[in-house]
Write a new protein. Structure first.
Length: 557
């Protein structure tokens, strides 16, 4: 059996390695137009930030051997043709025409099965001057290395990043870690617009500003201009001018599908190659996987495009299984995406709030703040978590996290719960690991689920920071009841004119001081004490009372 794989980054090598284990007799060839294969592109920001000192580590095994053509040939008996581009596919003859880029030599390869893993390509926005020296995209290894050397040689002091998606955030964080001044320009009104809801995104944006990032939202870049030396010196935006030493374009990626289109394969609604649950294309002898292939959202059932190395590797395994006759399905994605930037762990799984509403769900959401370990444990960190659920059936639909603590562990637990469609009450009863270095006795994920279930059942009313702001903006008179301890208030005063300060320990004696004719929003540090206070006040006859979800930690002042 002859198998040809076009593309050598993530899904391609995974397909080849898995297939070799399943079919020792198969003749496997990888065609890659670049010089590197099986390259860890997700490690590029860490290389730029000097966390990965050796560039070569990004294409080496954990035991230090380079994953190059010789490695795949000698250790896996897989033929790798680097510097070789696939030009066309003759489906009737099962032949591929390829060209060696160094000498323009063309030849054909035969296949029984063809696997297309051509990945994605960087989106280039309509901005003049992007061809100037000092403008970089980081989708390929060469761009990362060139930027690294350029910054060092030019002794750069300022870099402008265009785009505040995942790559833009990681690059801005990495370069800020090198003591460079960073400006991030984002055309939309929030950072991470495809990942986070606005209420979580703005908390990350506030953290960026604390780390001295010049974040410019609603910022449309018009042009990039050169200085007297012909290199980038200025970025012109609708908001003004930015003087800079280098520009990084991080405007997203799109599937690289030119070869598939020319071959006559069906393209899906997202612009990626359409595949079935076995990752077969419209030609039964051609598979597609990785960033060039379409995906199905396992919650909505709709076609989506969420390019991730984790998905590419899982799909590579599925393709190999099916070529080997194991009849394996890839049953979709939930868009679980995580990143670390500006000392925050950030992530999402499942549906966002507006996405869930657009799909017709009766949505209830809630924000919880807490710690990833008990407060007395010296290495504990804070986490803010947003949950989105179906109000009617009590099923979790999505989760988002940010904070210095380990929210990613919790995100994985909740993502698994969403995958298997278990109820909020079932999640509340999950038997999760507990010890002070790892979690509180009631894990934060379970605490967040309990909060949302309480809100759903009407035990106490919670309001998100955005909901409180919206009420204020529409003229609702709000009394902020701050029940924190005096030392907490001195450390972080609540900047609200209508704040009423009654420490929690005095509330039962002084609750008659609280007005009943206004909406009372109770505030504490994380939202836990204020939830209890609302339960008490409701018992005392207060009708218009709610707690601020997440407490002062989510209230931007």
């Amino acid at each position: 059996m002859k198998v040809v794989i076009i593309g050598g980054m993530a899904a391609g090598p995974k397909t080849a390695a898995r297939l070799r284990r399943l079919r020792p007799d198969a003749e496997i060839t990888i065609v890659e137009q670049g010089e590197l294969i099986s390259f860890g592109s997700c490690g590029i920001p860490f290389y730029l930030g000097n966390l990965v000192p050796q560039f070569e580590s990004l294409y080496a095994t954990s035991y230090g051997v380079a994953r190059n053509a010789e490695f795949f040939g000698s250790r896996k008996e897989i033929k790798v043709l680097t510097g070789t581009k696939a030009l066309k596919v003759d489906r009737s003859r099962k032949r591929i025409t390829v060209i060696k880029l160094d000498n323009n030599e063309q030849f054909e390869l035969e296949y029984d099965y063809l696997v297309i893993t051509t990945g994605a390509e960087a989106v280039s926005p309509s901005i003049t001057g992007l061809n100037l020296p000092g403008v970089f995209t980081l989708h390929d290894p060469g761009g990362a290395r060139s930027l690294y050397n350029y910054l060092r040689e030019r002794k750069a002091r300022h870099v402008t990043v265009i785009g505040a998606g995942v790559i833009g955030m990681e690059v801005a964080d990495a370069l800020r870690g090198r003591r460079l001044n960073i400006t991030v320009c984002e055309a939309q009104h929030q950072i991470l617009p495809k990942l986070l809801d606005i209420d979580i995104a703005r908390l990350v944006a506030a953290q960026m500003k604390k780390r001295k990032i010049d974040l410019q939202l609603d910022c449309r870049v018009k042009s990039v201009n050169a200085g007297e030396d012909g290199k980038v010196s200025q970025v012109i935006t609708a908001n003004g001018e930015i003087y800079t030493d280098a520009v990084v374009i991080a405007a997203g990626v799109r599937p690289r599908i030119g070869l598939a289109q020319n071959t006559g394969l069906e393209i899906g609604t997202t612009g990626a190659i359409k595949v079935d649950s076995h990752l077969r294309t419209s030609d039964p002898f051609i598979f597609a996987a990785g960033d060039c292939a379409s995906q199905i959202n396992s919650i909505s059932g709709r076609e989506v495009y969420i390019p991730l190395a984790s998905t590419a590797n899982k799909q590579g395994r599925v393709v190999a299984n099916n070529i080997a006759g194991l009849n394996t399905e890839f049953n979709g994605v939930m868009g679980t995406t995580v990143l670390q930037a500006f000392d925050f762990n950030i992530g999402r799984t499942g549906l966002g709030e507006q996405e869930a509403k657009s799909l017709g769900y009766n949505v209830i959401s809630g924000i919880t703040a807490g710690h990833d370990a008990p407060h007395y444990y010296p290495l504990h960190g804070s986490v803010i978590m947003k949950l989105i659920a179906d109000r009617d059936y009590g099923r979790l639909l999505g989760a988002q996290v940010c904070g210095a603590g380990d929210g990613i562990k919790r995100l994985d637990v909740l993502g698994t719960a969403i995958k298997f469609n278990i109820s909020l009450q079932d999640i509340s009863n999950l038997d999760l690991g507990y010890a002070p270095p790892y979690a509180e006795a009631i894990d934060l994920a379970i605490h967040a689920v309990n909060m949302l279930d309480n809100k759903r059942s009407g035990v106490a009313r919670g309001l998100s920071p955005l909901a409180v702001e919206d009420l204020k903006n529409t003229g609702v008179e709000v009394c902020f009841l701050d029940i924190r301890e005096p030392d907490e208030i001195r450390a972080v005063p609540l900047q609200e004119k209508t704040a009423l300060l009654i420490p929690g320990g005095e509330l039962r004696d002084r609750y008659r001081e609280i007005p009943k004719d206004k909406l009372v929003v109770v505030v504490c540090g994380l939202g836990i004490r204020s939830y209890e206070a609302v339960c008490f006040l409701q018992n005392m006859g207060f009708k218009k009372v709610a707690y601020l979800e997440g407490g002062i930690s989510t209230w931007l002042q």
